[in-house]
Design a protein around this ligand. Structure first.
Ligand code: F0G
Length: 454
């Protein structure tokens, strides 16, 4: 390290507790499955010793770290380390300089959705191309500190890509369980390239999760799915960074895709903590969007106000969120209630259309991220989001994560043989299929003139 990290002795880090989200009991350490030892529900990290009168001091030290050359200061996660569990030593930290993701104006999408102020926080601009890196840096560092040799996850592709990278960077071994044939090639190739032991199981994500839960009970591997509360702590920082980018003026709405529901919980937790610490003065409404074919949370909220959740058999081309039994649904319901957010679900056609529209704004994202724009359109139509309100979409994955989806879309093959071909007619205007023409300037100019652009 070329320079010492920026430390502020007066900013004492909070003391960490592991608290059960259901029975509130506090545990000193987490077991292999990160479940409450009394009632079996999920744990979350809470802090004691934070005081609300340090908001300005936090903001100024976080700002100063941006010009530091130290790896921990350059990480867009560890830069906010006062809001994270403390590591015994920075030597345990494994960072790929995650976070630091851009906030883009989506002008065309704003017009399409019918809102004046629309921006996208692009978490796909992380080192492995998805938001998972922000959580993985914290969870992998804690696994290393706890002297695990193996880490493991079940995944729809992005968690595995991220875990494989951070594990190898930290000289840990990693075990990946994937639903066979149901993740994009890009993500599978990342896991292989970063050196994970990659197993494709003949089941879906929920099946992989069941198998992994048994594996971690029988072998000393550290579970790195988002039930691991350290993942959630790292993912929180996307919201902190977002508020910093907005000069600590929260948008009216944040819209997040929902799969296993760790990320919406993390963004919400960050907002509640920032409000309690005086970093922001009001809460944005956090809304969660799922694919119609993988919408257990949306059903739960509509059918019983989120009191119980019935798992579904998930099916969607947005494979990242093809999840029928989301682990963190109770945390997500709490965030919806605390922030006054809404839920929506979107069809496959709506996902494909929204993805092409985000692409046409010069930004691009993977299919699962595009549910946010599809959902926003519906939230505007039903009057939940007013045209004058400001909205930030959380784009979770990079366009290049799933090039096959994009190519099939533009070639008009995505919905080939679909049950309702007429529905896909709305997509025609967004298609930009590649042209094959002669290798001559004449042929190129003729093509241009046919478009009326030359
Ligand atoms: N968007 C993308 C691109 C994802 O990869 C995921 C989840 C989500 C949204 C949903 O986030 O689960 O926190 O609600 N992907 C997981 C994986 C499950 O294994 O990569 P969530």
């Amino acid at each position: 390290m070329t320079q010492q990290p920026v430390l502020e002795p007066e900013l004492s880090p909070g003391q960490v507790q592991l608290r059960c989200i259901a029975c509130n009991s506090v545990q000193r350490s987490a077991g292999q499955k990160f479940r409450c030892s009394s009632c079996g529900d999920l744990l979350e990290i809470s802090y004691t010793g934070w005081s609300a009168n340090q908001a300005d001091a936090y903001k100024s030290v976080w700002r100063r770290r941006r010009i530091s050359k130290d790896a921990m200061d350059q990480s867009g996660v560890w830069r906010f380390r006062e809001l994270l569990p403390t590591l015994e030593s920075f030597d345990h930290a494994v960072t790929l300089r995650e976070g630091n993701t851009p906030l883009y104006a989506l002008r065309r999408c704003a017009r399409i959705a019918g809102v004046e102020h629309l921006e996208a926080k692009h978490q796909g601009m992380n080192p492995t191309g998805s938001f998972k890196d922000t959580g993985m840096t914290v969870a992998a560092s804690v696994a290393r500190q706890r002297k695990f040799r193996w880490v493991a996850c079940a995944s729809t592709g992005n968690t595995s890509a991220s875990m494989a990278a951070y594990a190898s960077h930290a000289a840990l071994r990693s075990l990946v369980l994937l639903p066979e044939g149901k993740i994009s090639w890009g993500k599978l190739s990342q896991s292989l390239d970063y050196g994970a032991l990659t197993c494709q199981l003949k089941t879906d994500f929920d099946g992989c999760m069941r198998v992994l839960n048994e594996v971690v009970e029988r072998a000393p591997v550290c579970l790195l799915n988002s039930v691991n509360p350290y993942r959630i702590e790292g993912q929180k920082t996307a919201a902190v960074e977002l508020m910093e980018q907005l000069d600590w003026q929260p948008p009216d709405h944040i819209v997040v895709p929902g799969g296993n529901l760790g990320n919406s919980s993390a963004i919400g937790k960050a907002c509640l903590e920032m409000r309690d610490l005086g970093l922001i003065s009001r809460l944005p409404r956090i809304s969660i969007i799922q694919a119609e074919g993988a919408n257990p949370l949306v059903r739960a909220v509509r059918e019983n106000g989120g009191k119980s959740l019935t798992p579904v058999q998930a099916e969607t081309m947005a494979t990242a969120i093809r999840i029928g039994n989301p682990a963190s649904w109770k945390k997500a319901v709490r965030i919806l209630e605390a922030t006054g957010g809404a839920v929506e679900d979107v069809s496959e056609i709506e996902i494909a259309l929204a993805k092409a529209e985000i692409g046409a704004d010069g930004v691009g994202c993977e299919p699962a991220s595009a549910v946010t724009l599809g959902g926003l359109k519906k939230l505007v139509k039903r009057g939940f989001v007013r045209p004058s309100e400001s909205v930030v979409l959380i784009l979770t994955g990079h366009l290049l994560k799933d090039p096959e989806f994009t190519l099939n879309f533009h070639r008009g093959e995505l919905f080939a043989g679909a049950r309702h071909p007429s529905e896909s007619a709305v997509l025609a205007g967004q298609r930009r299929a590649p042209l094959v023409i002669d290798a001559s300037a004449d042929a190129v100019l003729k093509t241009l003139s046919q478009l009326g652009d030359a």
